[in-house]
Design a protein around this ligand. Structure first.
Ligand SMILES: [Cu+2]
Length: 64
């Protein structure tokens, strides 16, 4: 399953790294591609969409 998440407050590569780590804390095998220009993060994971969303929210980011 690949999720496409829009995260408007992902401003720079440090944000992208924080988000990537938050997702990989839930699913260590997740493949995360974060584009700071489009603000879109794509996550290939077996975890639920809800779990991924919660991890990102708890890392301090807001999903659009
Ligand atoms: Cu940043």
């Amino acid at each position: 399953m690949t999720l496409q998440l829009q995260i408007p407050d992902m401003a720079c590569s440090a944000c992208a790294e924080t988000i990537t780590q938050a997702v990989q804390a839930i699913d260590a095998n997740a493949i995360v591609q974060a584009d700071t220009k489009t603000k879109i993060v794509s996550v290939k994971t077996n975890a639920s969409e809800r779990a991924i969303q919660e991890a990102i929210t708890q890392a301090g980011y807001t999903l659009a």
